[in-house]
Design a protein around this ligand. Sequence first.
Ligand code: ADP
Ligand code: MG
Length: 720
Amino acid sequence: MATLRQQALAMVQSRQRVTVTAPSNKISDFFGVNTFGTAQMRVSLAPSAYKRVMEAIDKGSKIDSSTAEEVASAVKTWALSKGVTHYTHWFQPLTGSTAEKHDSFFDAFSGLEKFKGSALVQQEPDASSFPNGGIRSTFEARGYTAWDPTSPIFIFENTLCIPTIFVSYTGEALDYKTPLLKSVEAINEAAVAICQLFDRNVRKITPSLGIEQEYFVIDKALFTARPDLVMGGRTVFGHSPARGQQLDDHYFGSIPTRVKDFMVDFENEALKLGIPVMTRHNEVAPGQFEVAPLFEEINKATDHNQLLMDVMDKVAERHDLKVLLHEKPFAGVNGSGKHNNWSLITDTGVNLFQPSNSARENLQFLTFLVATVKAVYDNADLLRASIASAGNDHRLGANEAPPAIISVFLGATLTEVLNELEKNGNIKIEKGDNMYMKLGISKIPEIILDNTDRNRTSPFAFTGNKFEFRAVGSQANVAGPMTVLNVIVADVLVEMAKDIEKEMTAGKEKKIAIVNVLRKYIKDSKKVRFEGDGYSDEWAAEAQKRGLSNLKSTPSALDVYSTKATKELFEKHNVMNGIEVHARHEIMLESFMKKIQIEGRVMGDLALNHIIPTAILYQNKIIQNANGLKGLGLDNTAAVETIKEVSKHIESLKSNITAMVEARKKLNKEEDIVKMAKGYQTDVKEAYFEKIRYAVDKLELLVDDESWPLVKYREMLFLR
Ligand code: ADP
Ligand code: MG
């Protein structure tokens, strides 16, 4: 009988192209048609209700119950007109995916379709199955979801989806969105205070986010034939193909036809949902691609990224493809990340990270730039923790990925500017002097435009008018790291305001006061700035000398969540209380531990049930061959050597798997989750994963191709 692998390969051969037609040649004809956004609200709500919803969006004011009734009724009419029968609150629990529970509009009692304002505003999903890190056992057993009007309602898979936050009955956040929204508030307040030193008209500042999403695509049949991909999202075995990414030919190559069809298809769906997808291209590894929407306000961008991942997954089905969002589906080639392009934009339309032609604005630009660098320096460990996951551990520091060391890249020009400022800040400025000229900051824009140097090896890079946090994992909910980034920058801005105030109280002129504070912050945070090759071993050594952390594994990286300083930081900015921080720490440790546990089990099952039996059958064939040769009086050395090789790897597999199972059993009795997760890291993952993989991958090279049970790398990675 053919193996699952052979059946899958045959299926791939018979795939037909799926024709994709756009709803219209003009994107503007269908952009956002599946959202109940501002435009839709304007036409379907009474002016007074529309005004109140807009106020809720802009100023965070409460939506009263009569407005909620009106919105609900309009939303229902709109949804029914599109053939939608069900609605759901759509939220982002700490599992990392999105959750929904569908209810019908149909009310059997009245025989009518109904949707009440109260159902729009609040619901009580059965929350007990979502991770809560002990919050609900110590408090109430219930949780509820509440409408977030700042993110548009949308229709997905024939269901009306209402973006919501998810909190426990006592108010603790059980999701990603709640702290993110609070962090947006925190940075708004802190940044406006600083901005007002430069421009009294600024009333509101919002972080913007543009997310570049990397992913792999493989044929669905091949995916299904790999239990490790199905169970854990990554291949635990598989020898590198003869041709990997060493030719560097995939990046600029043309997109394979089937993938191109899939891209066009999911982009159309995304555009209908108001997700402004703009660019598509191949990535570095074979089978790897990227999609990037235009940046949006951070909360919307985050929701859109979560939704986009779902859209990609669903649309891939139609093409018999599977999207792999794992950070490291294949060993030996690049992993996938999510580049978070982040900036701060004022309600007067100024991007605070955009150098300008006005010297005064440049001082403002430098103020926010330096604050961000200082925030990363002061909180590097927390930023590292915010991107920690079992998947990302495989990526950080491996093939062409930023290391686990957090550093900031500014580019040669800005480095020069900061160095000059640090040195010359002391200069005496007389009345009528051009201070900006003296400080050398009157001319930043031209130089920057000139200078397109990019450092792809930095985890946190300034890229002309925004910062790009590249170390975020490809399957992560970006709300985690973005909440941390907002909070740490807010924290520095608050301190900065105080320090500037102090200088001014001591009699310094405002601009001088600002420059003095900048100089100090530049000096304090200098160690985190690195312009060289972040992938090199020299950097790891240099970083160690500088005293920067290099936390390679998730459980260790997460330790910072248990410190007093972390809890105080989140509490001070009203983003999370101590209980919420603690809960998150536990959930992340648990999730890490479970993933390693699953991978360990999959490795064991595959090796024992698939690899070893296949290897033994093959070994028997060669034994026959060796005996046959011997009987003929011929040299059988090669056959005997192969038998020995195969035996050695089978032995190694058996003994390592037995030992790994023992290690897991022992750890499963551990009651302290920190110790348990750390144990899984050292005693399971580090102790056995490599050894087991090594034996299997060697056997893959020895055993005849026809009987090998697992789909090979070359078969998965080179899709046409
Ligand atoms: P690359 O980094 O590959 O050169 P781009 O410069 O085109 O790509 O931008 C990547 C992402 O950054 C896109 O999503 C883009 O919309 C976003 N972006 C551009 N400007 C900003 C900004 N001011 N704030 C946040 N994101 C931005
Ligand atoms: Mg980029």
